[in-house]
Design a protein around this ligand. Structure first.
Ligand code: OGA
Ligand code: NI
Length: 340
């Protein structure tokens, strides 16, 4: 418990154990929010502009692996309520957080700090994280935090809406790839995990990271990043900032969607930097295949002059491997690649 950054950060210089080596630290170079990451107006997907919206999503998923969605249909009040509850959770007195805190990565609902490898990692991340599964809801809700008092009821409503939004986006992706309706709707998107990051104000953001460079190992991520800068995407050798937009969600392609699309869609590397003024709380909704689901490139997406870039595997095999190579995103696809 005493390891949580939110429990000790006040007025202390940045401890040595949070200082990243010069190659991976953000440095003093300011990276502003960038307007090149496409913003998709989802309200148009139900009208005559649907084809245009599908094309925008596909182009963004190919080029950036990232886009933002606005007019997404999730109630603004529900999003604000949920984000405020997440903030309140991290501000609870230590004794209230203690029941959720765990250093055991196998515990399904847990509050912890940095990464799953706190004891062995070289440098700690400037973040605390609360994560828990959201499906099946009736089962999962029983293990969620009980404080703040409205947590379970509000986060349940939010997770239903976030899942619906995710499925809607996956439906548009399927359409763009020429796959059948509902292609991603069953086993491929069965499991959902909520991961709430809390980055307290940091004494020296140039030296440390909230989340280091990685790709998400799942199918699709729907992130609410609040109104504070911090998320950056690595593209063509440069970091670009993802502008916090009012009432928008950031969507990014996970490794599984890259594999299924035989590299047509891209799972982009990204990281989160800290800031010195305010705390930042973000909520990532990870849409995952079920553990036993078999993942492989879809035949119709392998062009005639191409061969499959990956072998078939079960999603749980990917996850086991991913955990063991955390911190080395370039390596996570290696064991599944077919070299021709
Ligand atoms: C993540 C992530 C970014 C952020 O949780 O996988 O990339 O801005 N988070 O919190
Ligand atoms: Ni991520």
């Amino acid at each position: 418990m005493e390891k949580l950054v939110s429990n000790w950060f006040n007025d202390q210089p940045l401890p040595q154990s949070y200082i990243f080596p010069p190659e991976t630290r953000p440095g003093n170079h300011v990276i502003p929010g960038c307007s090149t990451i496409p913003v998709v107006d989802l309200s148009k997907a139900s009208g005559h502009d649907r084809t245009g919206i599908v094309q925008q999503i596909l182009k963004a998923s190919r080029e950036f692996g990232f886009f933002q969605v606005v007019n997404h249909g999730v109630s603004e009040n529900l999003v604000n309520d949920t984000m405020n509850l997440f903030k309140e959770f991290f501000e609870l007195p230590a004794e209230d957080k203690a029941s959720v805190y765990s250093e055991d990565p196998k515990r399904p609902c847990r509050l912890y700090t940095s990464s799953s490898n706190y004891e062995t990692e070289k440098v700690h991340l400037w973040r605390d994280n609360l994560r828990h599964p959201c499906h099946p809801l009736e089962e999962c809700i029983k293990i969620w935090p009980q404080k703040p008092t409205r947590y379970r009821e509000t986060v349940a409503a939010y997770s239903i809406e976030a899942k619906k939004l995710g499925l809607r986006i996956l439906e548009l992706v399927a359409e763009g790839l020429g796959l059948s309706s509902g292609f991603f709707g069953d086993k491929l998107s069965e499991s959902v995990l909520l991961s709430v990051n809390h980055y307290p104000p940091c004494p020296d953001p140039s030296l440390t990271l909230g989340v280091s460079k990685h790709c998400d190992p799942n199918l699709l991520t729907i992130l609410h990043q609040g109104d504070v800068h911090g998320l950056q995407v690595y593209k063509d050798g440069e970091w670009i900032g993802v502008e916090p937009l009012h009432n928008a969600f950031v969507v990014n392609i996970g490794h599984q969607l890259q594999i299924i699309s035989n590299n047509k869609l891209k799972s982009a590397e990204h990281r989160a930097v800290t800031n010195s003024k305010v705390s930042r709380t973000t909520a990532a909704f990870f849409i995952n295949p079920s553990d036993d689901c078999i993942i492989e490139p879809v035949k119709s997406l392998i062009d005639t002059d191409e061969s499959p870039a990956y072998r078939a595997f079960r999603f749980k095999e990917f996850l086991l491997n991913y955990v063991s190579i955390t911190g080395n995103p370039e390596k996570s696809l290696e064991p599944f690649k077919l070299h021709v």
